[in-house]
Design a protein around this ligand. Structure first.
Ligand code: GLC
Length: 261
């Protein structure tokens, strides 16, 4: 039997995962800080764009991460250097045509574009309520047939992101791990909706799905090795991190957070 490797990096979604249950978010912060220098590299991977993600971290009191992966795996920000890692974003251009995507998607019935602040050059985001896996696959194949190398990622039975073929949360964390010399069998990933699925499906990763995970994610995961926590949001994530030995115990926060995030 191969030896189980120590966890060197933890990559987690924010909304509905570390956020959503303020008391549990505060417990995560307390427990993480107690880990000191021994703790793994911390990566927040979110559908939000960078400024918005940073704002959420400030408001919620979550610890500053080492890296942000934002815009559903389209950008990687290195906190220590204070800049985007352009080497990653440059890999996304091949076959991508944002204007063509917008023109193609706009014609679909019931689809509306998300506000301007949710869009950037490699992320075209829309609202499309209550669609099936087949609807999403049909839309994706229509875009591909029009010659654009894109993928459609559907979350929360509402949010539709059209991304370059090489982008998504799974590919972004894979790129980052390679950059840092960390194996995928040395990481834990966590998330609750469809845009997190690509992280869980990576070879060798250990995953944590909180008790509130959406059925769209659980269906994709099937019987894969994700730890299905009973606690919701950060309570479930803490449960999973104890399960994988990242923390020995959960340290309850001394103070409750100021907001209802
Ligand atoms: C976040 C983003 C939104 C995206 C969604 C799902 O809510 O703000 O643009 O569609 O995540 O990835």
């Amino acid at each position: 039997m191969s030896k189980i490797k120590k966890i060197r990096l933890f990559c987690t979604d924010l909304d509905g995962t570390l956020l959503g249950k303020p008391a549990a978010t505060a417990d995560f912060t307390e427990t993480w800080r107690a880990g000191g220098a021994e703790r793994p590299v911390l990566v927040y991977s979110t559908g939000r764009l960078h400024g918005d993600a940073q704002r959420m971290i400030r408001i919620s009191g979550l610890p500053e991460p080492d890296f942000y992966i934002t815009g559903v795996g389209t950008m990687i920000f290195d906190v220590s250097s204070g800049g985007m890692i352009e080497g990653f974003t440059n890999t996304l251009n091949e076959g991508w045509d944002m204007e063509k995507v917008r023109g193609l998607v706009a014609g679909w019935e019931g689809i509306t574009e998300q506000p301007e602040e949710q869009q950037h050059g490699w992320k075209s985001s829309w609202f499309w309520n209550g669609r099936t896996k087949e609807d999403i696959a049909t839309l994706e194949s229509e875009i591909n047939s029009a010659g654009v190398a894109a993928q459609a990622v559907y979350s929360s039975a509402r949010d539709l992101d059209i991304l370059p073929k090489r982008a998504n949360k799974g590919n972004a964390v894979t790129w980052l791990c390679r950059h840092l010399g960390i194996g995928l069998d040395e990481i834990v990933v966590a998330g609750d909706t469809g845009n997190d699925a690509s992280m869980f499906l990576l070879d060798g990763v250990r995953g944590v799905a909180p008790g509130n995970a959406e059925s769209e994610l659980l269906e994709i995961l099937g019987d894969s090795r994700a730890y299905a926590a009973s606690g919701h949001c950060a309570a479930g994530i803490l449960e999973g991190l104890v399960h994988y030995g990242v923390f020995q115990t959960i340290i309850p926060a001394k103070q409750q957070p100021p907001t209802g995030l």
